[in-house]
Ligand binder design. Sequence first.
Ligand SMILES: [Zn+2]
Length: 405
Amino acid sequence: MGEMFTLGKELPGALGRTGTISTPHGEIRTPAFVPVATRATVKAVLPEAMSDLGAQAVLANAYHLYLQPGADIVDEAGGLGSFMNWRGPTFTDSGGFQVLSLGAGFRKTLSMDSHSVQADDVIAEGKDRLATVDDDGVTFKSHLDGSMHRFTPEVSMQIQHQLGADITFAFDELTTLMNSYEYQASSLARTQAWAERCLVEHRRLSALRSDKPPQALFGVVQGAQHEDLRRAAARGLADLELDGSGFDGYGIGGAIEKESLGTIVGWVCEELEVDKPRHLLGISEPDDLFTAVENGCDTFDCVSPSRVARSSRVYAMTGRYNLLVAASRRDFGPIDPDCDCYTCANYSKAYLHHLFKTKEYLAATLCTIHNERFTVRLVDDMRQHLEDGTFADFRDEFLARFYGA
Ligand SMILES: [Zn+2]
C-alpha cells in the first residue's frame, strides 16, 4: 500500500498529534476510538447505531472468527465489512493475543502486578495451559470445543487476508510482566522474526488476491516494561523493508502496567516514523486514553465500554457508576445530562434500572450505545482540542470531574 497516514497538528513538547488514516472503506480522523466487534458484531448493537454514534471503524478478532464461522466463510461473504454490514473501515488483530491469553489463562496485562511473581512458566491459577509457543508458531486448544489448532505467522496472515479487514496486524508473541528479562529478550527476537515472515506472506497474498481491496499491515511492538527492549523492537520493525517498503503502521502491544503506560508508549513512539499510524492494542479507561493520545497513539481499541455496559455500569462526565443502585430506581433523568446519545435523548435511568432488574436484552443495547458514544466522543473531543491547542486544559478539566480529583 502507498502512504495511508496524513499528519495533522502536533502537540507542542509532546508526541500527541492529529491525522487522517485512509483506507479503501473510508477515512479515519485520528486520534480515534475503535469499538471492538469481537465476533463481527459489537455485542447487542446494530451497525447502523454504531455508525450513528460516531464510530469511524471497528475491530474484530481473527482468533474468534477463525474458530467460528471460519475465515473462508467471511471471505466468501465478501470480507468482514460485507459480512457484518459495516460499511466503514475495519481492523482485525492477529490472533496472537487470544491464543496466548486464552491459552495461558491470563487476563489483560494492564491489571498485572509485576512485583508479585517472576516466572516464565507461570499460568493463571486453576487453568491448564492450553497454548505452547515454539520458534515457528503457537499450538493451542480451542476454548470452544477443545480441538487442537496451530497458528504461525503465515497462517495468521492467511486468515486475516480471508477476513479482508482494511488494517491487519503481524502475528506476535504475548508475554506477561511475570516473564523474566531473558525471556522477554528471546521472545522479542522471535516476534521480530515473525514480523518479517508476516510481511513476506502479506505481500505474497496481496499479489495473489489483487482483485480484493488492498489491506494494510501493522507491525506489533512488544518488549514489556523494558526501555531497551521496547526501543529496539520499535526500531527493528521500522527498519524492516521488503522491496523498498515496510509496515504501513504499528501496533503497540503486550504487557503494560497502567502507571507506566505513558512512559512505554512514549519510548516506542519516539522510535517510530512520524508519518505512519500507531494503534494501541486493548486499553481500558478514560485516563488511559488521555495518556495514550498525549504520547503519540492515533487509534485504540477496547472492549470495556460494551463489556461494562452489559453489567449495568455506565460512564458519565462525573465518573462511572452502576445503574442497578437503588438511587436509579426513581430517577427519570438520563444516564448523563451532558451526553448527546440516542439512549440519553430517549430513556431514563429508572427505565434502564428496570430493564436490568428484569434482565431484558434492551438493557445491554441501550447502555452499550451510551458507553460507546461516551468513549468515541471523548476521543473526538481530544482531537478537537489538539487542533485548537487546548488539549492540556481539556485533559485536566475532564480528569478532575471524572475521577473527582
Ligand atoms: Zn448517553
